[in-house]
Structure formats: C-alpha cells, structure tokens
Design a protein around this ligand. Structure first.
Ligand SMILES: CC(C)(COP(=O)(O)OP(=O)(O)OC[C@H]1O[C@@H](n2cnc3c(N)ncnc32)[C@H](O)[C@@H]1OP(=O)(O)O)[C@@H](O)C(=O)NCCC(=O)NCCS
Length: 208
C-alpha cells in the first residue's frame, strides 16, 4: 500500500469487500427512530408506504411517478432489507420510536465493488418533514456503509431543484461535488442532477 493515501484502505474500515448477501443487524436504532424491514403484507405499512409514494409532493423530485394503491403495493413488495451485491439497494421502513408510526423510507445502495462506493436515498411523508428525521435516518445508513460495509465514499444524488434534500446531505457533512446539467429525462423534462459525497476518513473525523 505504501504512503499513497489513494491506495490505502481507509483507517477503521475493512479492506475486504462485504460478504453478500449483506443483511445488517436490524433494527437500527437512533436517538428517536427505528429502522426495520418493510412488512409488505402489513396493513399499516401498506397504508404508510402508499400515502408516501402516492403523494405528488413527495415524488415531485423522484424518478418515480405518483403511485396508485396497486402500484404502491407492488413497489413495497420489492423492498428488501439486504444487499445482494453490486448496484443493489436495500430499503428500510423508518418508524418514530415513541409512537411506532412509520414516517419514511431510507435506502442504501452498494454501487461499486472495485471503488467501494455506496449511495443513500430517503423519502419521508409530508406530515413528518421538518423534524430532522431524514437526517437522523440517513446518518445511520451512512455510518453503516462506512463502519460495516467498508465503503470508501458515500454519495447522495438529487434533482438540483430539491433544496430540502440538498440540506439533508449538507447536514450530514457531505460535500456538493457536481452539478450535472440536464443529464436525466424525468417526468417529461430534462432535469439537472446534483451529487454530494463524503469520504470514510472525513466521516470518521467528523464523528470522532
Ligand atoms: C428530502 C426530505 C426527506 C427532507 O425532509 P426534511 O424534513 O426537510 O429533512 P429533515 O428530516 O432532516 O428535517 C430537517 C428540518 O427539521 C428541523 N428540525 C426540527 N426539529 C428537529 C430536530 N429535533 N432535529 C433536527 N432537525 C429538526 C430542522 O431545523 C430542519 O428544518 P429547516 O430545513 O426548515 O431548517 C423531504 O423533503 C422528502 O421526503 N421529500 C420527498 C422525497 C425526496 O425528495 N427525497 C429525496 C430524494 S433525493
């Protein structure tokens, strides 16, 4: 490895690739939240998931369209609490610990074996914005990516107009690294994409 920081594994993270399928110890508990597998056959989970992804305000800057109940149930059935390999996403239901209410969906992708890259994503029901829940849930998944999966870098990607999402990533300490002009065709228009990221070393320093 020598002295080249680009070749050294990050301090405190394993140099080996994660073993797939990777299923984290669940639930993940944060100060106020519980992140646990979605339950596709549970009526409460179905209702919470359907309300979230059926809300035009929530999906405004997502690539997905507004979902009806049947489409939402199908999408929920695809939610997995584990990663099966490169380019796979795992998604967890986010509950408020005090009430048991499902308020959001938080996801983590392992995007590259060779470059040890991960990505986070999150969506919260409109009624539960403005409480810091997205930042709290996303922080636990970034931490998982670095401390358990051994990621070198974790990113977040968003529609450039999605200011609320950009603020989440800034609160996590991510750096705004790129603004890609009209690189995606979403909901009938060309859209700009912004990329934020943080390195394992930076995350460790911030949370030392
Ligand atoms: C993106 C999204 C998750 C951001 O939600 P959010 O509620 O703004 O973000 P957080 O949960 O981190 O909450 C932060 C806000 O809660 C406030 N807050 C209130 N109590 C708080 C507490 N105890 N701790 C921390 N923050 C608190 C913060 O001040 C902040 O408000 P501000 O931005 O007005 O200053 C939300 O807008 C969303 O679900 N959008 C639709 C889906 C989407 O676009 N997903 C992202 C795709 S890239």
């Amino acid at each position: 490895m020598g002295d080249d920081p680009d070749l050294d594994p990050d301090p405190g993270t394993p140099a080996l690739l994660p073993e797939f399928p990777f299923r984290p110890d669940l639930p993940i508990r944060t100060a106020r939240l519980v992140l646990r597998p979605w339950r596709p056959r549970d009526a409460g989970d179905l209702a919470a998931f359907g309300a979230m992804f059926g809300d035009p305000g929530v999906v405004r800057y997502l690539t997905s369209e507004v979902l009806g109940p049947v489409e939402a149930a199908a999408k929920l059935a695809d939610r997995r609490p584990e990663l099966t390999g490169e380019r796979d996403w795992m998604n967890l239901a986010v509950e408020v610990a005090a009430s048991g209410e499902v308020v959001g969906d938080a996801g983590l992708a392992w995007t590259s074996d060779g470059h040890r890259q991960a990505e986070i994503g999150y969506s919260f029901a409109g009624a539960h914005h403005g409480h810091g829940y997205a930042t709290e849930a996303a922080s636990s998944l970034v931490d998982l990516a670095f401390t358990t999966l051994g990621a070198h870098r974790v990113c977040g990607r968003l529609d450039a107009r999605n200011a609320a999402s950009g603020l989440v990533l800034e609160r996590l300490g991510m750096r705004r690294e790129a603004h890609l002009v009209q690189n995606e065709w979403v909901k009938g228009e060309w859209t700009d994409e912004v990329v934020y990221a943080v390195l394992a070393r930076e995350w460790a320093e911030r949370h030392a």
